[in-house]
Design a protein around this ligand. Sequence first.
Ligand SMILES: [Zn+2]
Ligand SMILES: [Zn+2]
Length: 232
Amino acid sequence: MPRFKQGPRCALDPAGPCRQDHCPGSQADCRFITRMDRNALYLTYDDGPNGDTTLRLLDLLDRENAHATFFVSGESMTTASDAAIIRATAAHHHTIGNHGLRHLPNVCPEFCTMARRLWEECSVATTLIRPPFGSRCAANNVLRTHRSAVGLGWSLAFSDWLPVDLDEAKAQAEAQVAPGTIVLLHDGVAPGSRYADRSQVLPLTQLLVRVARDQGLSLESIPSDLHRYGNR
Ligand SMILES: [Zn+2]
Ligand SMILES: [Zn+2]
């Protein structure tokens, strides 16, 4: 396991110096991926951990022999049991991604501070970031200043922070799932969300597993050290 210390090195980028968090906005052409170049489907879950919902999701993924990526938020990581769920998620061979310490419009996500908390409280090292609201501005600043960081967007989403019609979601998934598709889902609840019931993530996951199997696709987690592997 690498050791990260406070000071010039940052847990988000073992290879380079931390130039601290701030969000000036940037047109930088950065490493931001919305699709993987592999023959698999990539389920990603944002805004957790979320107690029993996340734990039931881990059970479902285990039963289906599926792996996924969880972009956890500092807003949802407030107690020791939240950190324990993140450690359990990693222990089930899923990838943990960094969704920032803060999740508010026009507020810096503070990815570096979140990376340090993930390392210190969960023994998790990840260079994957997903900015709140998919904000490329917030991602670009971190990607410019951290050589190892990789930004993750998505290629399929269901607006599942609101109630989802599962028949419509099934039709959309059948039309849009392809090799390398990254799916945005939500097991957690961001601050200010009008709709807090995330139990629909279970049937949504189940139908995506079925669509993937029908296409001969395995369900894989995104490597937490994607910067070493590269992508197109
Ligand atoms: Zn940093
Ligand atoms: Zn989010």
